[in-house]
Write a protein that binds this ligand. Structure first.
Ligand SMILES: [Zn+2]
Length: 1009
């Protein structure tokens, strides 16, 4: 079946489905007996640029003698030109509503990274709000059908007595500015409007509203807009910081849960036992219900949900089309594969995820907007497309948002019993997972060498609402049919001396073939629980076919959390696992940390647990050395890189071990092993003024593990001639710009672009500030940075900033090959450890899965200039014999061919005698040649999860390189070790480089070839 046909079939099917649950016929529009607020209504009409950009639901505002309209705070109507309220103003209005009517209640749901409040506003009839607690008790049983023994009759009774919760979230994306005013007015309408249409919503659904999700970013955006109003005609500073850490990626955090806004919305959604999470965005004309989206759909959600997307979405499109509003559509090219979006919290927790893209002007100006042909042309899913050109106002946007939401709420309220029953069914089917599709459980073995990272991932699952059990005795399960087992890193064939993985390996019983015995203490994530779906989605492997008809991948294609955390996770289909003796873990999963033995020297095994870096910086006055070889002490085996701590008090060590969950061994005497000092490095994180989105995830990682750093910009580096006097390590995380842009910065046309705290812009500055965002690193910055490395500094670069370092001559001998076919779209690939002696590899075994997004393809050469590492063409010329036979020149004896030099793909070719003779000055001295730490695995082992095509272009190439330069080092990453709080298994590569900053040459074997 062709893709088009399939689409048509889906559409037809769901028109039938919508018909089957047709809503009661209530005419949308005002109640003739209720007076309207004439002045407000007049302004709505004045600010709406065309009558067809409005609807009978929003072209008036009912009047109320007691309840204030948004004008009370805004001084004008919602969506008025020039009016963009701060979050606090939106809250003030919501609280005015709460005071004025029993139909509104305001709740604090948490704070942001910068300490600002987040709220949720409940709106419904006073009867519904008076019975919230009893209703929640009923919804709790529907959400966890184990409480009613999965009894459908009981569920039906609960459904009959319950009312649903529809949760709406606004302005997660700070440049998309319309939702707060639309939601202020929506709350007013829901509380006040006596039309039959709105009344039926109020009496059947609790509408829960978080009017501002990204509060920190909202307030900065309002500052920017106010600056723009005060500087008419000038270029506006771009909103470089949305949230404290990241920009649009705050809507990719529903996997890793690193941001407070994600946790606050998640807790609100699950705490209220809501049925819908409807997230509002504004980047597509005029209203795109993109939840229905396009394939491939996420493979772990319940088909009941994907049907619900269609049912509600198509009703929405149909209703707004009937109102005569152009540009309302569904489908489009958004695939629904990744579970990382905020709305997906509902999809993975038995609710309904929904998302609107409406049309915003990034501010409150009314503007002439021209859409692109791809936007205004009619296509099968957009029969009434947006106009090619129209005057567009924030009020138009607010009309569309509110009209869409009101029709959704009305439809949902009319069919509330259907959706509540579906909510129950989805929850029940999640519990029945082991019996139906499986698996039965995921097991985290009790002898994993990285208990700290294991506990960290389990806590993330707990934050998702997942229950964790812990085995009280060993148990054996059938693993014969476990497809993922072959990909487990611990079955990789070792190529070199791998470090031992645990200081105290627990001997596991020899299992019979096809079975596996897990030790006591293993963690079991049972799939017979209400939120099994999110655990399954996060722990499973992803496969996106290179031949998928979807060619525009919207986001990452893989997120397998066990692999990214460098942990062993076993997917078990054998239902016997559910009978394993185990207890539910109460409270957070934590590793026990204490001191074993006695003595004033303390030993800590290096197992690549991230807590080790926290420990080092916490014990800032202690002497900490790293062992350069594995050793045995206190009856334990310790890996290369293990910490030997002296000059620390037992109390301090005990406290740190307990807090961080680290096992410490006290001994009387330090082991006899080669060591070097781990001094607390002075770290700087350098950002550009062009983009801080991706480096924000690095700050998340550093802050989480309490690695102190100075936050500096390329402009600071341009000014600071003696960087080495201040810093030991400069981290240049991905900057989303090419090398030239990093140096040049933004064009210097027009006016300066300040990012500063002023009375007009009280929320700008702070994270960092500048009088003018335009200048980049410049030539002086480039020189200062190179001097920093020459004087002994360590520069850490990643992906595009690694490209910057290579292109600007920081790393002689490294070049980057152009990718022609490689498609590694946010996937997970296998790396192999090449140099286990390098401090960067401390704690790692011989293989590691890493996040990859078409990273640079590195080639190495022993010659600094020319010969850029391109592989020698060794294919033979046309001649006699087969492809591997020598040709024979006729009429003379065969000449002896000298053996041609050979090297692995990740290595530099050995120097030839010719090169030594003729390019002597270009040959890189042995001590300054790039040292490869990790490489991409061979083609057959490379793919782990997601979408990989053309992988042979990058297979076997170097992935992490330490390039000595002068007295310092440049570290190059092709993969991104710190991404979206999901890649905690590769954080330690970066932390190792920081911990060992002045001894990165440890264990280095020089090769003069
Ligand atoms: Zn958006």
């Amino acid at each position: 079946m062709t893709r088009q046909l399939l689409r048509c079939l889906i559409v037809c099917l769901f028109f039938v489905a919508t018909g089957a649950v047709a809503s009661a016929q209530i005419k949308p529009g005002r109640d003739a007996n209720q007076p309207v607020d004439e002045e407000y209504t007049q302004k709505i009409r004045a600010y709406t640029t065309e009558p067809f950009f409005n609807s009978p639901l929003t072209d008036y505002l009912p009047a109320s003698p007691d309840v204030p309209t948004p004008k009370a705070v805004l001084g004008d109507v919602a969506g008025a030109p020039g009016k963009l309220p701060y979050a606090e103003e939106v809250y003030r209005y919501m609280r005015l509503l709460e005071k004025a009517t029993p139909r509104v209640k305001v709740y604090t749901i948490g704070t942001t990274e910068e300490g600002r409040e987040m709220i949720a506003v409940a709106v419904a009839s006073e009867q519904l709000l008076a019975h919230l607690d009893e209703n929640r008790a009923r919804l709790t049983k529907l959400a966890d059908p184990r409480m009613i023994n999965l009894n459908d009759d009981e569920a039906d009774k609960l459904v009959a007595a319950s009312f649903p919760i529809y949760y709406i979230t606004g302005t997660i994306h700070s440049t998309e500015t319309g939702s707060p005013t639309a939601l202020m007015e929506l709350a007013y309408r829901l509380a006040v409007d006596d039309s039959a249409y709105v009344k039926s919503i109020r009496e059947s659904v609790v509408t829960l509203i978080t009017p501002v999700v990204e509060v920190d970013g909202r307030n900065r955006m309002v500052d920017i807009y106010n600056w723009h109003l005060a500087h008419p005609g000038e270029n506006v500073p771009p909103l470089i910081y949305w949230g404290h850490y990241v920009a649009h990626d705050n809507n990719r955090d529903a996997i890793g849960l690193s941001l407070k806004l994600t946790r606050n919305v998640l807790n609100t959604f699950t705490g209220w036992k809501a049925q819908v999470l409807h997230d509002l965005h504004e980047s597509v004309p005029y209203l795109y219900d993109n939840t229905i989206g396009d394939g491939p759909y996420n493979a772990w959600v319940d088909p009941i949900l994907t049907d619900e997307w269609q049912i509600i979405g198509w009703n929405n499109v149909s209703e707004l089309t009937k109102f005569g509003m152009p540009g309302v559509f569904a489908h489009g090219n958004f695939d629904t594969w990744s579970p990382g979006y905020l709305m997906f919290i509902a999809a993975t927790h038995n609710g309904i995820s929904r998302l609107y893209e409406t049309f915003g002007n990034a501010g409150a100006d009314t503007l002439e907007r021209t859409t692109s042909p791809g936007e205004y042309q009619r296509t099968w899913y957009r029969q009434n497309p947006p106009l090619p050109k129209a005057k567009w106002s924030q009020r138009n946007n607010n009309n569309y948002q509110q009209t869409g939401l009101l029709t959704s709420l009305h439809y949902f309220g009319n069919n509330s019993k259907l959706f509540l029953k579906n909510f129950y069914l989805k929850s029940k089917r999640s519990i029945l997972k082991p019996k139906n599709e499986g698996p039965a459980a995921y097991v985290f073995p009790g002898d994993d060498p990285r208990p700290g990272n294991q506990a960290e991932l389990l806590r993330t699952l707990q934050a998702q609402g997942v229950e964790i059990h812990r085995a009280t005795a060993p148990f054996t399960v059938n693993t014969k049919s476990e497809p993922a087992a072959g990909r487990s890193p611990n079955v990789m064939v070792s190529t070199g001396p791998a470090p031992t993985t645990s200081p105290s390996p627990i001997p596991s019983a020899t299992p019979s073939p096809g079975t596996r015995t897990f030790p006591a203490g293993s963690y079991i994530v049972r799939m017979d629980q209400p939120y099994s779906r999110i655990a399954d989605a996060l722990l499973d492997y992803q496969y996106w076919s290179p031949n998928d008809p979807q060619t525009e991948v919207y986001d990452d294609t893989a997120w397998t959390m066990g692999e990214l955390a460098n942990l062993q996770v076993s997917r078990i289909t054998d239902k016997k696992v559910l009978d394993a003796p185990a207890n539910r873990v109460n409270g957070d999963v934590r590793t026990a940390g204490n001191i074993i033995g006695s003595g004033s020297t303390y030993l800590v095994n290096h197992n690549a647990d991230n807590a080790l870096v926290t420990l080092r910086f916490r014990l800032k006055d202690a002497t900490v050395d790293a062992a350069e070889e594995p050793f045995e002490a206190a009856g334990q085996k310790f890996n290369r890189g293990s910490f030997i701590i002296r000059k620390a008090s037992a109390d301090e060590i005990q406290r740190a071990a307990g807090d961080l969950g680290i096992q410490v061994y006290a001994v009387a005497e330090a082991p006899a092993v080669q060591t070097h000092a781990l001094k607390p490095a002075r770290v700087a994180m350098m950002h550009t003024w062009i983009n801080t989105q991706d480096e924000g995830w690095w700050r998340v990682a550093f802050d989480q593990f309490q690695v102190p750093y100075a936050y500096i910009s390329t402009q600071d580096v341009a000014r600071e001639e003696n960087l080495k006097a201040k810093y030991d390590v400069i981290v240049f995380a991905p900057a989303a710009g090419d090398a030239a842009l990093i140096v040049k910065g933004l064009p210097m046309y027009g006016n300066p672009l300040p990012w500063k705290t002023t009375s007009l812009t009280p929320n700008l500055g702070k994270i960092d500030s500048t009088d003018d965002m335009r200048p980049g690193l410049g030539w002086s910055g480039l020189m200062n940075l190179q001097k920093f490395v020459q004087q002994g500094g360590v520069l850490i670069t990643v992906d595009d900033t690694a490209g910057f370092a290579v292109n600007y001559g920081f790393t002689p001998g490294v070049s980057i090959a152009r990718a022609n076919r490689l498609k590694a779209v946010g996937d997970i690939l296998r790396m192999r450890t090449v140099d286990v002696m390098s401090p960067i590899a401390y704690g790692y075994a011989d293989s590691l899965a890493m996040y990859c997004a078409n990273g640079p393809i590195f080639n190495l050469s022993n010659v600094a200039v020319g010969g850029g590492g391109r592989r020698r063409n060794t294919e033979r010329f046309t001649g006699r014999g087969g492809p591997t036979d020598p040709d024979i020149v006729q009429g003379r004896p065969p000449a002896e061919v000298p053996e041609s030099p050979k090297a692995e793909t990740w290595e530099a070719m050995p120097l030839t005698a010719e090169q030594r003779r003729y390019s002597g000055g270009m040959v890189i001295p042995a001590a300054e040649r790039p040292r490869v730490i990790l490489r991409y695995a061979d083609m057959k082992d490379l793919f782990v999860s997601g979408l990989l095509d053309g992988g042979d272009e990058i297979a076997e190439h170097a992935a992490v390189i330490d390039v000595p330069s002068g007295r310092g080092h440049v570290v190059l990453f092709s993969t991104n070790p710190m991404w979206r709080g999901q890649t905690k298994g590769s954080y330690m590569l970066v932390f190792n480089a920081i911990l060992n900053f002045d001894n990165l040459n440890a264990g280095r074997k020089l090769n003069g070839r």
